[in-house]
Design a protein around this ligand. Structure first.
Ligand SMILES: [Zn+2]
Length: 95
């Protein structure tokens, strides 16, 4: 059991609690760090566009001048995922 020992993928904090389940079964976790931009996360994402590492790549590619569609093709996610991720990142940085 990994209870209590799951680090948050955003802040690496260990103040994480189990927080219910997704409709199709996987355990969800919640980060209790109030400064953390993320609250709910999963350990094993089915949708890899939700992975912090992939999101970071979207930001890096955008900063390097890649277009939305090029980014989506390279990372094999949908253009919509790229748009919504970048919008959320912009909001997080401009706070
Ligand atoms: Zn966190």
């Amino acid at each position: 059991m990994t209870y209590g020992l799951v680090p948050c993928p955003d802040c690496q904090g260990v103040d994480v609690v189990r927080y219910g389940k997704q409709r199709h079964g996987p355990q969800r976790y919640r980060c209790n760090n109030t400064d953390c931009p993320r609250h709910i996360f999963l350990l094993a994402y089915r949708n890899h566009g939700r992975l912090p590492a992939v999101k970071q790549q979207m930001v890096d590619l955008a900063l390097n001048g890649s277009g939305l569609r090029a980014t989506a093709r390279v990372l094999r996610v949908s253009p919509t995922t790229v748009i919504s991720t970048l919008k959320k990142k912009i909001r997080a940085y401009s706070k």
